[in-house]
Design a protein around this ligand. Structure first.
Ligand SMILES: Nc1ncnc2c1ncn2[C@@H]1O[C@H](COP(=O)(O)OP(=O)(O)OP(=O)(O)O)[C@@H](O)[C@H]1O
Ligand SMILES: [Mg+2]
Length: 616
């Protein structure tokens, strides 16, 4: 057989064809595709019988394809060949002309039969969907599959339950019919509000529903705990995502898929995830995150999502807090000095505050913090609800951090002023405390307070956190002693000369530092203890659970399997690189050897001969 033409598959046409030349010289077209894309064009063959078989296959959850052919006479083939070549070489509107040519060729088909192929679900799909549901995430399944296949797969993957009342909006032909059906469904939901409902919509009915009855459709969907959209074209999938995105509740949408037909919805959703699979790499290439198996979605959201949300939320708000603490005393100072140009802090301190003195603790926090052990997070998906709906970046929490910043700044400024006020500014030797000393005192309590505030927020302490928290405070003291203790030849003016040493040599300054820091942080500690005991969140309750096996900081950053550390991962990676001749095909060759010993790697247990094992 000689291949003459390929009429490529596309998800809108839902079929593909080839034109072949038989050994006897005849020209034949073979077409395979969805039954809805072939049966309407079939003029011969066992059409009704095949339709029944296809439905039967679909009810069993098999993916069905219908196969048909068409024999061309020599004149017909010349016409078809010319038509296809003209469309392929068209300089304008090639896509449309190709579609026209394909429809012209793929007609008057002789039905040959149908196939049913089991498309096995991946591991732990059911558990993952259940976990997402417990986490408060609403799951919609959008598929190109046939209605019956999609329902059967939904039942087997736990998207639909046997106890669910399945509502259908399928095979609607007109606008009115569709609106009427939607109204009936809405009424049924109202009457039966105790049971859970699942909704099945097909692509054609969805188009009708979205044309004029969007609100009614969304109303029905909102009251269903699971929605399944079948026979969807790629653009329709994206449309559904956009519909949800722009609904009044403005939910955050996540689309996950593995095929080229999922690309448009992956791009439309707020978060797009591609699964690396047999269906090519288009989905992965167009996604924000790529994972190898569907089940990793649970870990991605419930564990890494939880970790990074808390880290980022605190990072952002802590930055506001510490800069409010920093700027407010300066304003107060200028206000009380009747808007003089004099600054409260030295320019070097101004520069180094955000760069050196208070930067590392929050950096380490935003890399390593975890409120709950990852295994608990994965086993209790409900904990995700504590951070859902952007709970930690709400206006109230933002207000809390900002007001806290102002309060602390007032305590720094007025506390220093009261404790080091006019009378006490005289030292034992008759020296006066000047403006720079006052500024340095405010700056010192500020650095200590904002660092300790973050320490109070930190739940997961690694040696890195200890190093940067206590190290930052120590670094500030050491730097200030050197900066003010030496006359630096390259500096034109040195306002801070001996200021810090003088400050620290005064007992009352030490007293002021301790009192002000405690005054700032004590109410915060009391509030935390109070809330923790009276109104603990689910996350706080699970922090008390017995599983408190500590993790190293490298593990907290990326991996956390029991008994596995960053080093063991690196060693495994190196092993994989060095032992590259031992690839899978060699392993499988080894499997048949009789005298064997076991070799365990990440994915499988393989048996190898002693010689092969030594070689590996
Ligand atoms: N390579 C192909 N050749 C012919 N027909 C196909 C081919 N791939 C899919 N089809 C038919 O087109 C239909 C729609 O395919 P599409 O890729 O949009 O979705 P799907 O793969 O069935 O489901 P999902 O959206 O879940 O990936 C399929 O149900 C199948 O009947
Ligand atoms: Mg597919």
């Amino acid at each position: 057989y000689k291949l003459l033409h390929v009429l490529e598959f596309d998800a809108n046409r839902r079929r593909m064809s080839v034109i072949l030349q038989t050994p006897s010289g005849g020209k034949v077209l073979f077409t395979k595709g969805a039954e809805s894309a072939i049966l309407p064009y079939a003029t011969g063959g066992e059409i009704e019988k095949t339709r029944l078989h296809v439905d039967e296959f679909a009810l069993k959850g098999l993916r069905t394809l219908v196969v048909a052919c068409r024999h061309f006479s020599p004149e017909e083939y010349v016409d078809v060949d010319r038509c296809l070549n003209a469309a392929r070489t068209a300089l304008q509107q090639r896509e449309e002309r190709l579609q026209e040519a394909f429809s012209y060729v793929e007609r008057d088909l002789q039905l040959l039969g149908a196939t049913g192929v089991e498309d096995k679900l991946q591991d732990k799909v059911q558990e993952t969907i259940e976990a997402l549901r417990l986490a408060g995430i609403k799951v919609w399944v959008l598929t190109g599959d046939k209605h019956e296949t999609a329902v059967s797969v939904s039942l087997s993957c736990g998207h639909f339950h046997r106890t669910m009342n399945i509502l259908e909006l399928v095979q609607q032909r007109s606008d009115n019919e569709c609106a009427e059906q939607l109204r009936i469904l809405a009424r049924r939901i109202k009457e039966d509000h105790v049971i859970q409902h699942g909704l099945v919509v097909d692509g054609a009915s969805l188009s009708l529903a979205l044309r004029g009855h969007e609100k009614l459709f969304m109303e029905v969907c909102k009251n269903c705990s699971a929605v399944l959209c079948c026979r969807m074209a790629p653009l329709q999938k994206a449309k559904v995502v956009r519909l949800l995105k722009t609904s009044p509740e403005k939910p955050i949408t996540l689309a996950i898929g593995d095929g080229a037909n999922d690309v448009s919805m992956i791009q439309e959703a707020h978060v797009g995830i591609g699964i690396m699979g047999r269906e090519g790499r288009q989905a992965v290439r167009n996604s924000d995150y790529a994972i190898a198996r569907f089940r990793f979605l649970a870990k991605l959201l419930l564990v890494h999502g939880h970790f990074y949300y808390i880290r980022i939320a605190t990072l952002v708000q802590y930055f506001f807090y510490k800069n409010v603490c920093f700027i407010t005393p300066q304003f107060l100072y200028q206000f009380f000095c009747l808007f003089s140009q004099q600054t409260l802090y030295d320019s070097v301190y101004l520069t180094l505050y955000n760069i050196c003195f208070t930067s590392l603790p929050i950096l380490v926090y935003s890399l390593f913090e975890q409120l709950v052990h990852p295994h608990i997070l994965q086993n209790k998906p409900g904990l995700y609800r504590d951070i859902s709906k952007n709970a930690l970046l709400s206006f109230q929490t933002f207000l809390y951090w900002t007001v806290l910043g102002f309060c602390h700044a007032f305590v720094f400024f007025f506390g220093s002023y009261i404790l080091m006020g006019e009378d006490t500014t005289l030292m034992g030797n008759g020296q006066m405390f000047g403006n720079w000393t006052f500024g340095t005192l405010v700056f010192t309590v500020m650095v200590i307070t904002v660092t300790l505030k973050l320490a109070l927020e930190t739940h997961f302490w690694t040696w890195m956190n200890h190093l940067v928290t206590w190290g930052s405070i120590a670094f500030y003291f050491i730097f200030s002693l050197f900066y003010g203790g030496i006359i630096w030849p390259f500096l034109h003016t040195q306002d801070m000369y001996f200021v810090f040493v003088q400050l620290l040599s005064s007992g009352s300054a030490w007293f002021a530092i301790i009192i002000i820091v405690i005054t700032c942080l004590f109410p915060d500690v009391v509030k935390k203890v109070f809330y923790r005991h009276l109104q603990p969140t689910n996350t706080q309750k699970s922090q008390l659970s017995p599983q408190t096996q500590s993790l190293s900081c490298v593990e907290s950053l990326c991996c956390y399997q029991h008994g596995q550390s960053g080093c063991s991962r690196l060693v495994r990676l190196l092993e994989q690189i060095i032992v590259c001749p031992c690839q899978t095909n060699q392993y499988s060759a080894c499997r048949s050897w009789s005298d064997t010993e076991t070799y365990t790697n990440d994915r499988s247990i393989l048996t190898l001969s002693p010689m092969e094992a030594t070689h590996c």
